[in-house]
Design a binder for this molecule. Sequence first.
Ligand SMILES: *Cc1c(COP(=O)(O)O)cnc(C)c1O
Length: 366
Amino acid sequence: MITLLNLPAQYEQLKDEIDDAILKTFQNAQFVLGSEVEALEKEFAEFCNVKYAIAVNSGTSALHLACLNCDLNAGDEVITVSSTFVATIAAIRYTGAIPVFVDIDMNSYTIDADQIEKAITKKTKAIIPVHLYGHPADMEKILAIAKKYDLKIIEDASQAHGATYKGKTVGGFGDIGCFSFYPGKNLGAAGEGGMLVTNSEDIYKYSRMLRDWGQEEKGNHVVKGYNYRMDGIQGTILRIKLRYLRKWNQSRRRKARLYTELLNDLPLNLPNISQNIEHVHHVYPIRTKERDNLREFLNSNDIQTGIHYPQPVHLSTAHKDLGYVKGDFPNSEILAETELSLPIYPELDESAQKKIAKKIKLFFAD
Ligand SMILES: *Cc1c(COP(=O)(O)O)cnc(C)c1O
């Protein structure tokens, strides 16, 4: 069986370091926040080339706190995409603000920056570009629009740790960058985890308060906060893995290049890589109208695949109260109907990729 992910293989590589780190956490009993989480914040801020990082208990919490930092209130509007994990939308709605969708560009699968301006109203407060699959959104255009209309930018970089746009690491373009450390992400915890990054001292201080019950110092609750603290065990494990992340992203790029080479002449849409970006291939998405049949065929040949995501958020039951209907965002809908994610992770070996490509060829030869 070739699985979509192989987290045990990652653990095997790091077993000694991780086991030792977990043991130390039990010995020093820093189970919530603590020195390892603080060190992770420093190191992750450095990795993203920003001044500050605030560790939280999930990517969703990071997005929620980012929205609160943009002073979103009921009825305010936030421009984003329907082609994302539902958490992006949920975080906006936790504040009472309204997500306003813009279609995606089919080359990058990220927000079509040319369609943002027509979605702006007097109520628009922020834009959330999502660096989907590890491909950065077109930040130069988005930054120019945000400046022109005085809007905040929150980057959802949950799938793009270490990706660059014009040489600069994502997360550091907007007012706030948000990351998820869900286990299968390019940098994954042994459970839940997330991070906000920013260059603003105000955002840094406010976010630290919000994640820990609104305390300015212990016992002094100055705002209504949350329990969004990161566990010490996650901090210590993420510190270890962060040291391998650049190498792992390199390895993902090699895997992606090999897939592209092997699948090039088939009737498939392969992922494009825009100029001036460095992709981190959280997902290797191929597209075909035969998606469901191909998926079943690969499954019957012991090859697991994924779909990211089968439902564009604007057509989900959960968010149908936003009032969107089928046809509103044709590209997002096409992506949901045709996308298939092939296994991609640093430990995936070449022979497995060749086997996958061979089976896909066989499928189309029939
Ligand atoms: C994973 C993910 C999230 C949510 O992160 P969690 O850590 O699972 O809460 C948000 N947005 C995107 C694009 C994601 O891929």
